[in-house]
Design a protein around this ligand. Structure first.
Ligand code: M6R
Length: 602
Protein backbone atom coordinates (compact mmCIF):
# COMPACT_ATOMS: atom_id res chain seq x y z
CA UNK A 1 0.00 0.00 0.00
CA UNK A 2 1.29 3.50 -0.73
CA UNK A 3 3.14 5.68 1.80
CA UNK A 4 3.77 9.43 2.03
CA UNK A 5 6.47 11.48 3.78
CA UNK A 6 7.01 15.26 3.60
CA UNK A 7 9.28 17.82 5.25
CA UNK A 8 9.73 21.62 5.40
CA UNK A 9 12.85 22.88 7.16
CA UNK A 10 16.59 23.25 7.31
CA UNK A 11 17.67 19.65 7.85
CA UNK A 12 19.12 17.31 5.23
CA UNK A 13 15.98 16.33 3.37
CA UNK A 14 17.00 13.24 1.47
CA UNK A 15 17.75 11.32 4.68
CA UNK A 16 14.46 12.38 6.30
CA UNK A 17 12.51 11.16 3.27
CA UNK A 18 14.38 7.89 2.80
CA UNK A 19 14.29 7.09 6.54
CA UNK A 20 10.58 7.87 6.67
CA UNK A 21 9.78 5.79 3.60
CA UNK A 22 11.76 2.92 5.09
CA UNK A 23 9.35 2.96 8.05
CA UNK A 24 6.45 2.56 5.64
CA UNK A 25 8.09 -0.27 3.73
CA UNK A 26 6.11 -2.90 5.62
CA UNK A 27 2.94 -1.74 3.85
CA UNK A 28 4.24 -3.11 0.57
CA UNK A 29 5.19 -1.09 -2.54
CA UNK A 30 6.71 -1.55 -5.95
CA UNK A 31 8.37 1.82 -6.70
CA UNK A 32 9.43 4.92 -4.80
CA UNK A 33 10.43 8.52 -5.40
CA UNK A 34 11.33 11.84 -3.84
CA UNK A 35 11.22 15.50 -4.92
CA UNK A 36 13.00 18.41 -3.22
CA UNK A 37 12.93 22.18 -3.81
CA UNK A 38 15.96 24.00 -2.49
CA UNK A 39 17.20 27.42 -3.55
CA UNK A 40 14.15 27.52 -5.84
CA UNK A 41 15.50 24.49 -7.71
CA UNK A 42 13.58 21.24 -8.14
CA UNK A 43 15.31 17.86 -7.90
CA UNK A 44 13.54 14.57 -8.42
CA UNK A 45 14.51 10.89 -8.24
CA UNK A 46 12.45 7.75 -8.82
CA UNK A 47 13.20 4.05 -8.85
CA UNK A 48 11.28 0.86 -9.44
CA UNK A 49 11.58 -1.87 -6.80
CA UNK A 50 13.07 -1.56 -3.35
CA UNK A 51 14.11 1.63 -1.58
CA UNK A 52 17.74 0.56 -1.93
CA UNK A 53 17.39 1.33 -5.65
CA UNK A 54 16.24 4.85 -4.82
CA UNK A 55 19.04 5.24 -2.25
CA UNK A 56 21.54 4.23 -4.94
CA UNK A 57 20.14 6.77 -7.38
CA UNK A 58 20.37 9.57 -4.81
CA UNK A 59 23.81 8.51 -3.55
CA UNK A 60 25.53 11.71 -4.69
CA UNK A 61 22.66 14.06 -3.85
CA UNK A 62 22.58 16.12 -0.65
CA UNK A 63 20.15 18.86 0.27
CA UNK A 64 21.36 21.04 3.09
CA UNK A 65 19.82 24.45 3.77
CA UNK A 66 16.18 25.44 3.81
CA UNK A 67 13.84 23.57 1.49
CA UNK A 68 10.68 21.53 1.01
CA UNK A 69 10.59 17.83 0.22
CA UNK A 70 8.06 15.09 -0.50
CA UNK A 71 8.50 11.33 -0.89
CA UNK A 72 6.31 8.36 -1.74
CA UNK A 73 6.26 4.59 -1.93
CA UNK A 74 3.82 3.44 -4.61
CA UNK A 75 1.83 0.27 -4.71
CA UNK A 76 0.50 0.10 -8.25
CA UNK A 77 -3.23 0.46 -8.87
CA UNK A 78 -3.65 2.59 -12.03
CA UNK A 79 -0.83 1.58 -14.36
CA UNK A 80 2.10 -0.75 -13.96
CA UNK A 81 4.98 -0.24 -11.50
CA UNK A 82 7.27 1.82 -13.75
CA UNK A 83 9.35 4.93 -13.10
CA UNK A 84 6.92 7.01 -15.13
CA UNK A 85 4.04 5.88 -12.94
CA UNK A 86 6.02 6.33 -9.70
CA UNK A 87 5.34 9.42 -7.60
CA UNK A 88 6.14 12.31 -7.24
CA UNK A 89 4.43 13.36 -10.46
CA UNK A 90 5.67 16.43 -12.26
CA UNK A 91 3.74 19.22 -13.93
CA UNK A 92 5.80 22.06 -15.40
CA UNK A 93 7.01 23.48 -12.10
CA UNK A 94 5.32 21.40 -9.42
CA UNK A 95 5.37 17.91 -7.94
CA UNK A 96 2.66 15.90 -6.25
CA UNK A 97 2.41 12.69 -4.19
CA UNK A 98 -0.89 11.02 -3.43
CA UNK A 99 -2.39 8.01 -1.64
CA UNK A 100 -5.88 6.79 -2.43
CA UNK A 101 -7.83 7.00 -5.62
CA UNK A 102 -9.22 9.96 -7.57
CA UNK A 103 -12.49 8.56 -8.83
CA UNK A 104 -13.20 11.30 -11.37
CA UNK A 105 -9.66 11.44 -12.76
CA UNK A 106 -10.67 10.41 -16.26
CA UNK A 107 -13.14 13.24 -16.53
CA UNK A 108 -10.57 15.73 -15.17
CA UNK A 109 -7.88 14.32 -17.44
CA UNK A 110 -10.07 14.74 -20.53
CA UNK A 111 -10.75 18.35 -19.57
CA UNK A 112 -7.02 19.06 -19.08
CA UNK A 113 -6.02 17.27 -22.28
CA UNK A 114 -8.61 19.39 -24.07
CA UNK A 115 -6.74 22.48 -22.90
CA UNK A 116 -3.43 21.15 -24.24
CA UNK A 117 -1.96 19.37 -21.19
CA UNK A 118 0.16 16.28 -21.94
CA UNK A 119 0.08 13.36 -19.50
CA UNK A 120 3.07 11.08 -19.24
CA UNK A 121 1.84 8.48 -16.73
CA UNK A 122 -1.18 6.17 -16.52
CA UNK A 123 -1.97 7.28 -12.97
CA UNK A 124 -4.92 9.14 -11.52
CA UNK A 125 -2.45 11.16 -9.40
CA UNK A 126 -0.92 13.08 -12.28
CA UNK A 127 -4.27 14.84 -12.72
CA UNK A 128 -3.76 16.70 -9.42
CA UNK A 129 -0.56 18.46 -10.41
CA UNK A 130 -1.85 19.44 -13.86
CA UNK A 131 -5.11 20.72 -12.43
CA UNK A 132 -3.17 22.84 -9.93
CA UNK A 133 -1.01 24.35 -12.69
CA UNK A 134 -4.04 24.84 -14.92
CA UNK A 135 -5.69 27.06 -12.30
CA UNK A 136 -2.45 28.71 -11.37
CA UNK A 137 -1.98 29.79 -14.97
CA UNK A 138 -5.38 31.47 -14.81
CA UNK A 139 -3.79 34.05 -12.54
CA UNK A 140 -4.82 32.39 -9.32
CA UNK A 141 -2.54 32.60 -6.29
CA UNK A 142 -0.89 29.20 -5.61
CA UNK A 143 -3.04 28.44 -2.56
CA UNK A 144 -6.21 29.52 -4.35
CA UNK A 145 -5.27 27.20 -7.24
CA UNK A 146 -4.66 24.35 -4.79
CA UNK A 147 -7.96 24.99 -3.02
CA UNK A 148 -9.79 24.95 -6.36
CA UNK A 149 -8.00 21.73 -7.31
CA UNK A 150 -8.95 19.98 -4.07
CA UNK A 151 -12.52 21.12 -4.50
CA UNK A 152 -12.71 19.24 -7.81
CA UNK A 153 -11.27 15.95 -6.59
CA UNK A 154 -13.69 13.10 -5.92
CA UNK A 155 -12.68 9.94 -4.08
CA UNK A 156 -10.17 9.17 -1.38
CA UNK A 157 -6.90 11.01 -1.14
CA UNK A 158 -4.05 12.21 1.01
CA UNK A 159 -1.87 14.47 -1.06
CA UNK A 160 1.15 16.79 -0.81
CA UNK A 161 2.13 19.27 -3.49
CA UNK A 162 5.24 21.47 -3.86
CA UNK A 163 5.87 24.06 -6.55
CA UNK A 164 8.63 26.38 -7.73
CA UNK A 165 6.02 29.14 -7.79
CA UNK A 166 5.99 29.04 -3.97
CA UNK A 167 9.21 27.22 -3.08
CA UNK A 168 8.97 27.49 0.73
CA UNK A 169 5.55 25.81 1.04
CA UNK A 170 3.97 22.35 1.09
CA UNK A 171 0.29 22.25 0.17
CA UNK A 172 -1.65 19.39 1.69
CA UNK A 173 -5.15 17.85 1.63
CA UNK A 174 -6.75 14.81 3.17
CA UNK A 175 -9.99 12.99 2.47
CA UNK A 176 -10.44 9.30 3.21
CA UNK A 177 -6.74 8.35 3.31
CA UNK A 178 -4.67 8.90 6.45
CA UNK A 179 -2.29 11.84 6.85
CA UNK A 180 -0.78 13.64 9.82
CA UNK A 181 1.43 16.66 10.44
CA UNK A 182 4.38 16.53 12.85
CA UNK A 183 5.93 19.56 14.55
CA UNK A 184 9.35 20.16 16.07
CA UNK A 185 10.21 23.86 16.59
CA UNK A 186 10.37 25.26 13.06
CA UNK A 187 10.44 21.85 11.35
CA UNK A 188 7.23 20.48 9.85
CA UNK A 189 6.77 16.86 8.85
CA UNK A 190 4.01 15.04 6.99
CA UNK A 191 3.39 11.31 6.87
CA UNK A 192 0.68 8.78 6.14
CA UNK A 193 1.23 7.17 9.58
CA UNK A 194 3.17 8.04 12.76
CA UNK A 195 6.17 5.81 12.42
CA UNK A 196 8.17 7.88 9.87
CA UNK A 197 8.15 10.89 12.19
CA UNK A 198 8.59 9.25 15.59
CA UNK A 199 11.92 10.38 17.01
CA UNK A 200 11.83 13.45 14.73
CA UNK A 201 8.66 15.41 15.59
CA UNK A 202 7.54 16.09 19.18
CA UNK A 203 3.93 16.93 18.51
CA UNK A 204 1.38 15.80 15.97
CA UNK A 205 -1.92 16.76 14.44
CA UNK A 206 -3.96 14.01 12.77
CA UNK A 207 -5.74 15.59 9.81
CA UNK A 208 -9.48 14.95 9.44
CA UNK A 209 -11.32 14.21 6.23
CA UNK A 210 -12.02 17.36 4.26
CA UNK A 211 -9.09 19.30 5.75
CA UNK A 212 -6.47 20.97 3.61
CA UNK A 213 -4.02 23.84 3.82
CA UNK A 214 -0.35 24.67 3.61
CA UNK A 215 2.82 24.49 5.70
CA UNK A 216 5.13 27.49 5.73
CA UNK A 217 7.35 29.42 8.19
CA UNK A 218 7.32 26.65 10.78
CA UNK A 219 3.54 26.34 11.03
CA UNK A 220 0.49 25.24 9.11
CA UNK A 221 -2.66 27.02 8.00
CA UNK A 222 -5.62 24.67 8.17
CA UNK A 223 -8.94 24.91 6.31
CA UNK A 224 -12.09 22.94 5.64
CA UNK A 225 -15.27 23.76 3.74
CA UNK A 226 -16.19 26.35 6.40
CA UNK A 227 -12.93 28.27 6.02
CA UNK A 228 -9.82 28.60 8.18
CA UNK A 229 -9.83 26.61 11.43
CA UNK A 230 -7.79 26.21 14.57
CA UNK A 231 -6.36 22.90 15.63
CA UNK A 232 -4.76 21.33 18.69
CA UNK A 233 -1.47 19.49 18.52
CA UNK A 234 -0.93 16.46 20.71
CA UNK A 235 2.28 14.86 21.97
CA UNK A 236 3.62 12.22 19.63
CA UNK A 237 4.29 8.73 20.95
CA UNK A 238 7.95 7.83 21.29
CA UNK A 239 7.36 4.12 20.90
CA UNK A 240 7.33 2.94 17.27
CA UNK A 241 5.92 -0.49 18.03
CA UNK A 242 2.93 0.98 19.88
CA UNK A 243 2.45 3.57 17.17
CA UNK A 244 2.25 0.95 14.46
CA UNK A 245 -0.79 -0.41 16.26
CA UNK A 246 -2.56 2.94 15.72
CA UNK A 247 -4.06 2.88 19.21
CA UNK A 248 -5.36 -0.71 19.05
CA UNK A 249 -4.30 -3.12 21.79
CA UNK A 250 -3.06 -5.76 19.38
CA UNK A 251 -2.14 -6.00 15.73
CA UNK A 252 -4.87 -8.61 15.32
CA UNK A 253 -7.44 -6.12 16.57
CA UNK A 254 -6.11 -3.44 14.23
CA UNK A 255 -6.21 -5.89 11.34
CA UNK A 256 -9.82 -6.86 12.10
CA UNK A 257 -10.80 -3.19 11.99
CA UNK A 258 -8.80 -2.64 8.79
CA UNK A 259 -10.76 -5.24 6.84
CA UNK A 260 -13.40 -2.86 5.58
CA UNK A 261 -10.78 -0.54 4.09
CA UNK A 262 -8.45 -3.15 2.64
CA UNK A 263 -11.37 -4.89 0.98
CA UNK A 264 -11.83 -1.79 -1.17
CA UNK A 265 -8.17 -2.10 -2.18
CA UNK A 266 -8.71 -5.77 -3.06
CA UNK A 267 -11.57 -4.83 -5.37
CA UNK A 268 -9.98 -1.69 -6.80
CA UNK A 269 -9.74 -1.81 -10.60
CA UNK A 270 -11.15 -5.34 -10.65
CA UNK A 271 -14.85 -4.52 -10.73
CA UNK A 272 -15.57 -3.04 -14.08
CA UNK A 273 -19.20 -1.97 -14.47
CA UNK A 274 -21.17 -5.19 -14.49
CA UNK A 275 -18.11 -7.36 -14.97
CA UNK A 276 -14.91 -8.55 -13.31
CA UNK A 277 -11.50 -7.75 -14.68
CA UNK A 278 -8.14 -9.15 -13.56
CA UNK A 279 -5.23 -7.51 -15.34
CA UNK A 280 -3.17 -10.48 -14.12
CA UNK A 281 -5.22 -12.96 -16.21
CA UNK A 282 -6.25 -13.38 -19.79
CA UNK A 283 -9.02 -15.51 -21.18
CA UNK A 284 -6.47 -17.60 -23.10
CA UNK A 285 -5.00 -18.77 -19.78
CA UNK A 286 -8.34 -20.37 -18.94
CA UNK A 287 -8.94 -21.96 -22.33
CA UNK A 288 -9.11 -25.74 -22.05
CA UNK A 289 -9.51 -25.68 -18.27
CA UNK A 290 -12.34 -27.98 -17.19
CA UNK A 291 -11.73 -28.34 -13.44
CA UNK A 292 -10.02 -26.65 -10.50
CA UNK A 293 -7.87 -28.04 -7.72
CA UNK A 294 -6.95 -25.76 -4.83
CA UNK A 295 -4.20 -26.47 -2.31
CA UNK A 296 -3.54 -24.48 0.86
CA UNK A 297 -3.02 -24.73 4.63
CA UNK A 298 -4.78 -23.39 7.71
CA UNK A 299 -6.85 -20.28 7.20
CA UNK A 300 -6.00 -20.19 3.51
CA UNK A 301 -7.44 -23.69 3.21
CA UNK A 302 -10.69 -22.41 4.71
CA UNK A 303 -11.01 -19.62 2.16
CA UNK A 304 -10.34 -22.22 -0.54
CA UNK A 305 -13.07 -24.46 0.82
CA UNK A 306 -15.57 -21.61 0.86
CA UNK A 307 -14.72 -20.78 -2.74
CA UNK A 308 -15.31 -24.35 -3.92
CA UNK A 309 -19.04 -23.78 -3.34
CA UNK A 310 -18.86 -20.61 -5.43
CA UNK A 311 -16.88 -22.12 -8.30
CA UNK A 312 -19.29 -25.00 -8.63
CA UNK A 313 -22.47 -22.98 -8.08
CA UNK A 314 -21.66 -19.94 -10.18
CA UNK A 315 -19.06 -21.07 -12.73
CA UNK A 316 -20.37 -24.67 -12.89
CA UNK A 317 -16.82 -26.01 -12.84
CA UNK A 318 -15.76 -28.97 -10.66
CA UNK A 319 -13.56 -27.76 -7.82
CA UNK A 320 -11.65 -29.93 -5.35
CA UNK A 321 -9.82 -28.47 -2.35
CA UNK A 322 -6.95 -30.24 -0.64
CA UNK A 323 -4.83 -29.60 2.43
CA UNK A 324 -1.36 -29.11 0.97
CA UNK A 325 0.44 -31.37 3.44
CA UNK A 326 -1.94 -34.23 2.61
CA UNK A 327 -1.86 -33.64 -1.12
CA UNK A 328 1.93 -33.95 -1.26
CA UNK A 329 2.05 -37.57 -0.23
CA UNK A 330 -1.16 -39.03 -1.61
CA UNK A 331 0.28 -39.67 -5.08
CA UNK A 332 -2.46 -37.54 -6.60
CA UNK A 333 -3.83 -38.04 -10.09
CA UNK A 334 -3.37 -34.77 -11.92
CA UNK A 335 -5.03 -33.82 -15.16
CA UNK A 336 -3.50 -31.19 -17.48
CA UNK A 337 -6.90 -29.56 -17.96
CA UNK A 338 -7.11 -28.80 -14.25
CA UNK A 339 -6.22 -25.30 -13.10
CA UNK A 340 -4.03 -25.64 -10.01
CA UNK A 341 -4.64 -22.81 -7.53
CA UNK A 342 -2.55 -22.24 -4.41
CA UNK A 343 -3.61 -19.83 -1.69
CA UNK A 344 -1.19 -18.37 0.81
CA UNK A 345 -0.97 -15.20 2.86
CA UNK A 346 2.82 -15.34 3.21
CA UNK A 347 3.66 -17.06 -0.07
CA UNK A 348 6.30 -19.03 1.82
CA UNK A 349 4.35 -21.95 3.34
CA UNK A 350 6.52 -24.99 2.61
CA UNK A 351 3.72 -27.51 2.10
CA UNK A 352 1.81 -25.26 -0.29
CA UNK A 353 4.97 -24.42 -2.22
CA UNK A 354 5.87 -28.09 -2.64
CA UNK A 355 2.33 -28.94 -3.75
CA UNK A 356 2.65 -26.22 -6.39
CA UNK A 357 5.96 -27.62 -7.63
CA UNK A 358 4.38 -31.08 -7.96
CA UNK A 359 1.52 -29.68 -10.04
CA UNK A 360 3.95 -27.81 -12.25
CA UNK A 361 6.01 -30.93 -12.82
CA UNK A 362 2.80 -32.65 -13.91
CA UNK A 363 2.27 -29.87 -16.49
CA UNK A 364 -0.72 -28.09 -14.90
CA UNK A 365 -1.34 -24.37 -15.30
CA UNK A 366 -0.85 -22.66 -11.94
CA UNK A 367 -2.40 -19.61 -10.33
CA UNK A 368 -1.53 -18.32 -6.87
CA UNK A 369 -3.61 -16.06 -4.68
CA UNK A 370 -1.18 -14.43 -2.34
CA UNK A 371 -0.61 -11.37 -0.15
CA UNK A 372 3.15 -11.03 -0.61
CA UNK A 373 4.52 -10.09 -3.99
CA UNK A 374 7.79 -11.74 -5.01
CA UNK A 375 7.33 -14.48 -2.42
CA UNK A 376 8.40 -18.02 -3.33
CA UNK A 377 4.87 -19.13 -4.25
CA UNK A 378 4.34 -16.05 -6.44
CA UNK A 379 7.65 -16.60 -8.23
CA UNK A 380 6.85 -20.26 -8.81
CA UNK A 381 3.33 -19.67 -10.21
CA UNK A 382 2.41 -19.03 -13.84
CA UNK A 383 0.01 -16.28 -12.74
CA UNK A 384 -0.72 -14.53 -9.47
CA UNK A 385 -3.55 -12.44 -8.12
CA UNK A 386 -2.40 -10.38 -5.14
CA UNK A 387 -4.89 -9.98 -2.31
CA UNK A 388 -3.65 -6.46 -1.35
CA UNK A 389 -4.38 -6.90 2.36
CA UNK A 390 -1.22 -5.03 3.39
CA UNK A 391 1.19 -6.62 5.83
CA UNK A 392 -0.50 -8.87 8.38
CA UNK A 393 1.38 -8.99 11.69
CA UNK A 394 -0.96 -10.91 13.97
CA UNK A 395 -0.15 -14.60 13.77
CA UNK A 396 -3.88 -15.32 13.69
CA UNK A 397 -4.84 -14.43 10.17
CA UNK A 398 -7.86 -12.14 9.71
CA UNK A 399 -7.68 -9.65 6.87
CA UNK A 400 -5.73 -12.14 4.76
CA UNK A 401 -8.67 -14.56 5.00
CA UNK A 402 -11.18 -11.83 4.13
CA UNK A 403 -9.25 -10.66 1.07
CA UNK A 404 -8.48 -14.19 -0.14
CA UNK A 405 -12.18 -14.98 0.02
CA UNK A 406 -13.00 -11.82 -1.90
CA UNK A 407 -10.46 -12.60 -4.65
CA UNK A 408 -11.83 -16.14 -4.94
CA UNK A 409 -15.39 -14.86 -5.08
CA UNK A 410 -14.40 -12.43 -7.86
CA UNK A 411 -12.54 -15.22 -9.64
CA UNK A 412 -15.58 -17.48 -9.54
CA UNK A 413 -17.60 -14.72 -11.21
CA UNK A 414 -14.79 -14.07 -13.72
CA UNK A 415 -14.88 -17.74 -14.67
CA UNK A 416 -18.67 -17.80 -14.71
CA UNK A 417 -18.61 -14.97 -17.26
CA UNK A 418 -15.92 -16.76 -19.29
CA UNK A 419 -17.90 -20.01 -19.21
CA UNK A 420 -21.24 -18.23 -19.82
CA UNK A 421 -22.85 -19.86 -16.79
CA UNK A 422 -24.21 -16.71 -15.14
CA UNK A 423 -27.27 -14.68 -16.09
CA UNK A 424 -27.18 -10.88 -16.19
CA UNK A 425 -29.52 -10.70 -13.20
CA UNK A 426 -27.39 -12.96 -11.02
CA UNK A 427 -24.26 -11.14 -12.14
CA UNK A 428 -25.74 -7.78 -11.19
CA UNK A 429 -26.70 -9.18 -7.77
CA UNK A 430 -23.19 -10.53 -7.15
CA UNK A 431 -21.44 -7.32 -8.16
CA UNK A 432 -23.83 -5.26 -6.11
CA UNK A 433 -23.13 -7.42 -3.06
CA UNK A 434 -19.37 -7.15 -3.61
CA UNK A 435 -19.55 -3.37 -3.66
CA UNK A 436 -21.40 -3.43 -0.33
CA UNK A 437 -18.91 -5.78 1.35
CA UNK A 438 -16.79 -3.03 3.01
CA UNK A 439 -19.93 -1.91 4.88
CA UNK A 440 -20.59 -5.41 6.20
CA UNK A 441 -17.02 -5.50 7.52
CA UNK A 442 -17.23 -2.30 9.56
CA UNK A 443 -16.96 -2.86 13.31
CA UNK A 444 -19.03 -0.54 15.45
CA UNK A 445 -18.45 0.13 19.16
CA UNK A 446 -21.82 -1.29 20.14
CA UNK A 447 -21.03 -4.65 18.54
CA UNK A 448 -17.54 -4.82 20.00
CA UNK A 449 -18.80 -3.93 23.48
CA UNK A 450 -21.52 -6.56 23.26
CA UNK A 451 -19.05 -9.29 22.28
CA UNK A 452 -16.69 -8.15 25.03
CA UNK A 453 -19.50 -8.48 27.59
CA UNK A 454 -20.75 -11.87 26.51
CA UNK A 455 -17.24 -13.32 26.09
CA UNK A 456 -16.95 -13.74 29.88
CA UNK A 457 -19.41 -16.62 29.70
CA UNK A 458 -17.15 -18.57 27.32
CA UNK A 459 -13.86 -18.90 29.17
CA UNK A 460 -14.32 -22.44 30.45
CA UNK A 461 -16.48 -25.44 29.54
CA UNK A 462 -15.36 -28.51 27.71
CA UNK A 463 -15.23 -27.19 24.22
CA UNK A 464 -16.73 -25.21 21.37
CA UNK A 465 -18.49 -26.29 18.23
CA UNK A 466 -18.79 -23.71 15.47
CA UNK A 467 -21.46 -24.93 13.10
CA UNK A 468 -22.69 -23.79 9.71
CA UNK A 469 -23.86 -25.09 6.36
CA UNK A 470 -22.68 -24.47 2.79
CA UNK A 471 -20.12 -21.59 2.70
CA UNK A 472 -20.82 -21.09 6.41
CA UNK A 473 -19.26 -24.47 7.13
CA UNK A 474 -15.74 -23.29 6.07
CA UNK A 475 -16.48 -20.11 8.01
CA UNK A 476 -17.27 -22.28 11.05
CA UNK A 477 -13.92 -24.05 10.56
CA UNK A 478 -12.19 -20.68 10.41
CA UNK A 479 -14.03 -19.36 13.49
CA UNK A 480 -12.94 -22.42 15.45
CA UNK A 481 -9.33 -22.15 14.24
CA UNK A 482 -9.17 -18.49 15.26
CA UNK A 483 -10.46 -19.31 18.72
CA UNK A 484 -8.13 -22.20 19.38
CA UNK A 485 -5.04 -20.38 18.05
CA UNK A 486 -5.30 -17.50 20.48
CA UNK A 487 -7.40 -18.80 23.40
CA UNK A 488 -5.91 -22.34 23.61
CA UNK A 489 -9.48 -23.60 24.18
CA UNK A 490 -10.63 -26.61 22.26
CA UNK A 491 -12.84 -25.66 19.34
CA UNK A 492 -14.08 -27.53 16.30
CA UNK A 493 -15.79 -26.38 13.15
CA UNK A 494 -18.47 -28.77 11.92
CA UNK A 495 -21.09 -28.96 9.19
CA UNK A 496 -24.32 -28.33 11.10
CA UNK A 497 -26.14 -31.22 9.43
CA UNK A 498 -23.41 -33.64 10.48
CA UNK A 499 -23.68 -33.06 14.25
CA UNK A 500 -26.32 -35.76 14.66
CA UNK A 501 -23.92 -38.31 13.17
CA UNK A 502 -21.68 -38.32 16.24
CA UNK A 503 -20.66 -35.04 17.87
CA UNK A 504 -24.12 -34.42 19.35
CA UNK A 505 -23.15 -37.07 21.93
CA UNK A 506 -20.98 -34.37 23.52
CA UNK A 507 -23.88 -31.96 24.02
CA UNK A 508 -24.52 -30.74 27.56
CA UNK A 509 -24.61 -27.32 29.19
CA UNK A 510 -20.80 -27.12 29.15
CA UNK A 511 -20.64 -27.54 25.39
CA UNK A 512 -20.64 -24.15 23.70
CA UNK A 513 -22.15 -24.00 20.23
CA UNK A 514 -21.55 -20.98 18.03
CA UNK A 515 -24.27 -21.28 15.40
CA UNK A 516 -23.93 -19.39 12.12
CA UNK A 517 -27.54 -18.93 11.02
CA UNK A 518 -27.72 -16.80 7.86
CA UNK A 519 -31.12 -15.81 6.51
CA UNK A 520 -30.15 -16.37 2.89
CA UNK A 521 -28.65 -19.86 3.13
CA UNK A 522 -30.69 -22.88 4.36
CA UNK A 523 -32.01 -21.00 7.41
CA UNK A 524 -34.73 -23.53 8.28
CA UNK A 525 -32.31 -26.43 8.00
CA UNK A 526 -29.70 -24.99 10.31
CA UNK A 527 -32.39 -23.86 12.70
CA UNK A 528 -33.46 -27.51 13.10
CA UNK A 529 -29.85 -28.54 13.67
CA UNK A 530 -29.45 -25.93 16.41
CA UNK A 531 -32.78 -26.93 17.99
CA UNK A 532 -31.49 -30.49 18.25
CA UNK A 533 -28.48 -29.23 20.20
CA UNK A 534 -30.56 -26.96 22.37
CA UNK A 535 -32.86 -29.89 23.27
CA UNK A 536 -29.76 -31.57 24.71
CA UNK A 537 -28.97 -28.51 26.83
CA UNK A 538 -25.96 -27.24 24.82
CA UNK A 539 -25.20 -23.55 25.43
CA UNK A 540 -26.01 -21.73 22.20
CA UNK A 541 -24.53 -18.50 20.90
CA UNK A 542 -26.56 -17.76 17.78
CA UNK A 543 -25.33 -15.32 15.14
CA UNK A 544 -28.13 -14.43 12.78
CA UNK A 545 -30.26 -11.60 11.40
CA UNK A 546 -33.35 -13.56 12.57
CA UNK A 547 -34.20 -13.57 16.29
CA UNK A 548 -33.83 -17.07 17.72
CA UNK A 549 -35.65 -17.84 20.97
CA UNK A 550 -33.60 -20.84 22.00
CA UNK A 551 -30.30 -18.95 22.00
CA UNK A 552 -28.54 -18.39 25.34
CA UNK A 553 -26.72 -15.51 23.68
CA UNK A 554 -27.69 -13.83 20.45
CA UNK A 555 -25.79 -11.49 18.14
CA UNK A 556 -28.01 -9.96 15.51
CA UNK A 557 -26.45 -9.29 12.12
CA UNK A 558 -27.57 -6.55 9.76
CA UNK A 559 -26.53 -7.34 6.21
CA UNK A 560 -28.77 -10.16 5.08
CA UNK A 561 -29.45 -9.40 1.42
CA UNK A 562 -26.78 -11.77 0.04
CA UNK A 563 -25.01 -14.84 1.48
CA UNK A 564 -21.54 -13.32 1.06
CA UNK A 565 -22.53 -10.18 2.97
CA UNK A 566 -23.80 -12.43 5.76
CA UNK A 567 -20.58 -14.42 5.50
CA UNK A 568 -18.32 -11.39 5.96
CA UNK A 569 -20.35 -9.85 8.77
CA UNK A 570 -20.37 -13.17 10.68
CA UNK A 571 -16.64 -13.58 10.02
CA UNK A 572 -15.90 -10.32 11.83
CA UNK A 573 -18.05 -11.39 14.78
CA UNK A 574 -16.20 -14.70 15.18
CA UNK A 575 -12.85 -12.89 14.96
CA UNK A 576 -13.79 -10.42 17.70
CA UNK A 577 -15.18 -13.23 19.84
CA UNK A 578 -11.84 -15.07 19.65
CA UNK A 579 -9.97 -11.82 20.36
CA UNK A 580 -12.04 -10.93 23.42
CA UNK A 581 -11.87 -14.44 24.90
CA UNK A 582 -8.09 -14.48 24.41
CA UNK A 583 -7.68 -11.06 26.05
CA UNK A 584 -9.79 -12.13 29.04
CA UNK A 585 -7.62 -15.21 29.42
CA UNK A 586 -4.51 -13.01 29.46
CA UNK A 587 -2.93 -14.56 26.37
CA UNK A 588 -0.51 -12.97 23.93
CA UNK A 589 -2.97 -12.33 21.12
CA UNK A 590 -0.42 -11.42 18.46
CA UNK A 591 2.12 -14.10 19.21
CA UNK A 592 0.27 -17.16 20.46
CA UNK A 593 2.33 -19.98 21.90
CA UNK A 594 3.85 -22.55 19.54
CA UNK A 595 2.81 -20.71 16.37
CA UNK A 596 4.76 -18.85 13.68
CA UNK A 597 3.47 -16.37 11.13
CA UNK A 598 5.19 -18.04 8.24
CA UNK A 599 5.47 -21.83 8.31
CA UNK A 600 8.46 -22.57 6.12
CA UNK A 601 9.03 -26.08 7.41
CA UNK A 602 7.21 -29.20 6.40
O1 M6R B 1 0.85 -17.97 4.75
P1 M6R B 1 -0.19 -19.03 4.53
O2 M6R B 1 -1.52 -18.50 4.23
O3 M6R B 1 0.24 -20.04 3.50
O4 M6R B 1 -0.29 -19.78 5.93
C1 M6R B 1 -1.06 -20.92 6.10
C2 M6R B 1 -1.30 -21.19 7.57
O5 M6R B 1 -0.09 -21.42 8.22
C3 M6R B 1 -2.00 -20.00 8.26
O6 M6R B 1 -3.18 -19.68 7.62
C4 M6R B 1 -2.27 -20.32 9.73
O7 M6R B 1 -3.26 -21.30 9.82
C5 M6R B 1 -2.69 -19.03 10.45
N1 M6R B 1 -1.99 -18.93 11.69
C6 M6R B 1 -4.14 -18.95 10.69
O8 M6R B 1 -4.52 -17.91 11.51
Amino acid sequence: MCGIVGYVGLKEKKEILLDGLKELEYRGYDSAGIAVIENKKLSNFKAVGKLENLALKTKNYLSSGFGVAIGHTRWATHGKPTELNAHPHLGEKSFVVHNGIIENYQELKRKLQGSGVTFVSQTDTETIVHLFEYYQKQNMQPFEAFEKTVDELEGAYATLLISEVEPDTIFFAKNGSPMLVGFDDKDIYFASSDTPIIGKAKEVYYLNDGEYGYAKDGNIKLYDKNGEKTFTKQPLSKDKFTAQKDGYRFFMEKEIYEQSRVMSETMMGRINGNSIHFEELDQEFLNGIDSIKICACGTSYHSALASSYLFERLARIPCVVEIASEFRYKEPLLDKNTLFITISQSGETADTLEALKMAKRAGLKSLSICNVDNSSIVRESDKTILTRAGIEKGVASTKAFATQTMVLWMLSIYMAIHRKTISQDVLTGEINAMIHTPKALLVNDELHTKIHRLSKRYLHGHGFFFIGRDIFYPLALEGALKLKEISYLHAEGYPAGEMKHGPIALADSHLFTVALMPRTMHYEKIKSNVEELSARDATILAISPMPFDLADDFIQTRYDSHPMLEFFEMMVITQILALEISIRLGNDVDMPRNLAKSVTVE
